[in-house]
Design a protein. Structure first.
Length: 237
């Protein structure tokens, strides 16, 4: 619906949660994209944290981008995610999340990628042989509602809801950091899968490898917006 929002799914554009927040609040980045919601009949409210996404598979350890070549990887329906895996020579497969554990167990797919908390919550550490913490995409949940519904609410109700949403968002971002850390600890303690953590140097190599994906979506997300994001990234290096 809003192709420009694909900016937030591009690989290796966010260093951490603080950069994500600053990008959302920036009039040159988030401000331009969020403005497109009303055109689609939506009222943007906020974004909730979902953390970095990681690689899971049953074939081999993933140490280099080239290790993904030939693997059937489950993805959500996203042109950006599709381009990401094709860049590495993998075979992306759109499969419903509810069907993914069974697909992995039965060999319909070789692996998947997902946000860190979902590894533990989905028990993928029990059915996957290899988990690589690639931090390739920083994902989040968009919180929005119908514009007509929202504008039809009494002003005092909208004000109260906005305050509730702000309080909930502050709590959610802080809580997800704690949850993510505890889930990583749980996966490590379980010891049922081989866990691989990429170094910062490794991630820089991965980022360089997948930079052509950015170029593929430059027109859709807007060159000016993408350049503004690169400028912001320099602050977090």
């Amino acid at each position: 619906m809003i192709p420009e929002f694909g900016l937030f799914s591009l690989p290796y554009v966010f260093a951490n949660t603080d950069m994500m927040k600053e990008a959302l609040l920036s009039p040159k980045i988030g401000g331009k994209i969020i403005g497109r919601f009303k055109e689609k009949g939506l009222h943007y409210l906020t974004v909730w944290d979902n953390g970095f996404r990681q690689q899971i598979n049953n074939k081999r350890p993933i140490l280099e981008p080239e290790d993904l070549k030939g693997l059937k990887i489950r993805i959500q329906a996203s042109k950006v995610f599709e381009a990401y895996f094709k860049q590495a020579g993998a075979n992306p497969q759109v499969i419903a999340w509810s069907e993914t554990p069974t697909a992995l167990q039965q060999g319909v797919i070789d692996g998947l990628e997902c946000a860190t908390p979902h590894i533990w919550a989905g028990k993928f550490h029990e059915i996957a042989h290899y988990i690589t913490f690639t931090n390739h995409v920083y994902s989040a949940y968009i919180v929005a509602t119908n514009e007509k519904f929202w504008s039809g609410l009494p002003a005092d109700i909208r004000t109260a809801l906005e305050q509730c949403i702000k309080e909930t968002t502050d709590w959610q971002w802080a809580d997800n950091k704690k949850v993510t850390k505890s889930y990583i600890d749980n996966v490590l303690d379980a010891g049922s899968a081989q866990i691989i953590f990429l170094s910062q140097k490794d991630m820089s190599k991965w980022a360089k490898f997948f930079r052509p994906v950015h170029q593929q979506f430059e027109k859709k997300v807007g060159k000016d917006v993408l350049d503004a994001l690169y400028d912001l990234a320099n602050k977090y290096q």
